[in-house]
Design a protein around this ligand. Sequence first.
Ligand code: DGL
Length: 285
Amino acid sequence: MTDPRPIGVFDSGVGGLTVLREVIRRLPGESTIYLGDNARAPYGTRTDDEVRAFAIESLDALVARDVKAVVVACNTSTAVALGDLRRRADLPILGVIRPGATSAALASRNRRVGVIGTPATIRSHAYFSAIKDENPAVEVYEHATPAFVPMVEAGDLSGPRVEDAVRDGLAPLLGERDASGEFIFPLPPSAKIDTLLLGCTHYPLLRPVIEAVAGNEIAIVDSASATASALAELLSINGLESPAGVPAGHVQLTTGDVTGFRRIAERMFGEAFPDVAGVELGAAA
Ligand code: DGL
């Protein structure tokens, strides 16, 4: 059995493009429809009820466009609403938390994993539970970094202001560096993480800065490639793979500014994004 329909992918904004990039790389024969709710980002500082309502609107918009499966390329929506989304629609829906948690648990040698994410994701402790499910011996240190998503949505991915914000955001997990660049750990040595999980799909866009701040003794892990692999398995299990020889098409929809969305997408993928269109969700639709 095969199915030529597109895969739906959604996020609060441009962050889910980091997952889309891996999906297209891993599954080049599949078509996609990406939906970014940029007009209402960030989600991570909103209430759970708001996140749930917005995620449902994105799901409904993709289902109305006849997608065959949905990737919730947003940790916040996955943490808060995955169960509600799965109860609502009769199609396979994949979140990003379990794949990311599995990768982090497998990457850590000293069994100490730091997780950064939005306030809503960290408040849910979804990563704590998922990593413990994978390996109960792993210690999980969760920390919210609310300054990161607004910077990424504004297209600020590098420079001194971003470096300062990343250094401040990571300090509670890494400790401070002294003038010579050595870490002074205000944390007990037992809390010294060897793996940092980027628990928000916007954060891989800051990866070069995060890597520079974290140093080369800490492995940086995100959900994107593990989610793409889980999607490949999901399509295969459900007989939903695209038939060979059908050309793949990719469309992106945003509730925000089309030009701004296109600019950041082109910067990320290094290619033209001719098919970005505006869309309205919820009360505005
Ligand atoms: N990229 C999303 C996530 O993975 C949402 C970020 C936000 O809008 O706060 O959590």
